[in-house]
Design a protein around this ligand. Structure first.
Ligand code: URA
Ligand code: SF4
Length: 204
């Protein structure tokens, strides 16, 4: 397991995360800094066993400075609730970049690269047991694969520190796919969340 900061206290962790957030709020390492209203650092519990990494902030996230608070975020909340995963207590939420891309375009590789050291620092501090790669942008940042999200979702991977990672559908894709029939995207998302819950129980 990743035990590189096993001696850090909870208070120190929160202090370092707060400092890191402040650094991000002054960051201009990539073009995305120009269009932002607020940086979108994280939401949820920095002590959570699950970390979810989405794509990038959208309009609502940029205005509020909080990830996944628009329509996609609301749908994500519904899925989490249905599986008894508390957004406040059980999960820590971030994105591949902290500033909103113009017109909600996909973040460019150099933007993701510029922002990655902040995300890596968050992973190191939070030390999740499981990382959910939510949508293809997050998948491409962490896994060397050409497989589409439909092909790769639901599979377990492990990063270099032994943290389990699973690609899952992005809620904005689920907003466009309403069916709950067997093997539909929403049905598969429920299956993946069940799988994640059962892995969590094993870890407890
Ligand atoms: N979509 C994302 O990928 N992240 C957000 O924070 C909001 C929408
Ligand atoms: Fe800095 Fe990340 Fe924002 Fe780019 S997206 S300006 S690297 S905080």
């Amino acid at each position: 397991m990743n035990d590189s900061n096993k001696n850090i206290t909870h208070d120190e962790k929160i202090k370092i995360l707060t400092e890191l957030k402040k650094v991000c709020s002054q960051c201009s390492k990539c073009e995305l800094s120009k269009g932002r209203t607020n940086i979108v650092f994280s939401d949820g519990n920095p002590d959570a066993k699950i970390m979810l990494i989405g794509e990038a902030p959208g309009h609502n996230e940029d205005v509020r400075g909080v990830p996944f608070v628009g329509r996609a975020g609301q749908l994500l909340d519904t899925f989490l609730q249905e599986h008894n995963i508390s957004r406040k207590d059980d999960i820590y939420i971030c994105n591949t970049v902290k500033c909103r891309p113009p017109e909600n375009r996909v973040p460019k590789p150099d933007e993701k690269k510029a922002c990655r050291k902040y995300l890596d620092a968050q992973i190191k501090l939070v030390k999740p047991e499981i990382i959910l790669l939510c949508g293809s942008t997050a998948v491409q940042s962490f896994l060397d694969t050409k497989l589409t999200i439909s092909k790769i979702r639901g599979q377990w991977f492990e990063n270099e520190n032994g943290i389990k990672m699973m690609p899952i559908f992005h809620p904005s894709y689920l907003l466009r796919n309403h069916s709950l029939e067997e093997n539909s995207p929403r049905w598969l998302m429920h299956k993946d969340l069940e799988n994640i819950k059962s892995e969590l129980r094993k870890l407890c």
